[in-house]
Design a protein around this ligand. Structure first.
Ligand SMILES: [Zn+2]
Length: 166
């Protein structure tokens, strides 16, 4: 069998998809604030848990999270992973760090990048702050934040961040 006749076990087929994301009312309120450079969580009226990004209801209590809670862009690293494998179409060159970011005052975390520090120095509990894109580039997206970078504050014991029923 010549090399031309060898059966293929791999092929690449680039696909381009264009889609529109329709946010619900809670996410719409959140993203409208993000466009203004503000991070506003939503709190549960029963258990007081604060969600950012908000999803509109408290999964614990099953009620609408109708209380707006302005937050700063500071927090800590709740967990992280070092990415070594390039993702097709992703312009970020490995190795890089994706972390679960817990903003101060929030009871949940979200995924974002950590930059501005040697990977070996990144640790759970490290204090970080958002590094924003220039204001003229802001849209309705958490991509307005380029990444989170360490700040000169003592680490947090993430065990203290566990939600406590009030
Ligand atoms: Zn609740």
């Amino acid at each position: 069998m010549s090399t031309e006749e060898k059966p293929k076990d791999y092929s690449e087929s680039p696909i381009h998809l264009e889609y529109f994301y329709t946010a619900g009312s809670a996410t719409t309120r959140f993203l409208n604030q993000v466009k203004e450079g503000k991070l506003v969580g939503q709190a549960c009226p029963k258990c007081k848990a604060v969600y950012v990004p908000p999803r509109g209801s408290c999964p614990r209590c099953g009620v609408a999270t109708n209380i707006e809670v302005p937050l700063t862009d500071k927090g800590c690293i709740e967990s992280f992973t070092v990415v070594h494998i390039p993702i097709p179409g992703n312009p970020i060159v490995p190795p890089y760090v994706c972390a679960m970011i817990r903003l101060d005052g929030s009871n949940i975390s979200f995924l974002h990048l950590i930059q501005g520090v040697d990977i070996q120095e990144i640790r759970i509990g490290m204090r970080i702050q958002a590094v924003w894109k220039p204001k003229e580039e802001w849209t309705h997206s958490l991509e307005n934040i380029k990444w989170f970078a360490p700040i000169d504050e003592p680490d947090i014991d993430v065990a203290t961040l566990r939600f406590k029923e009030s």
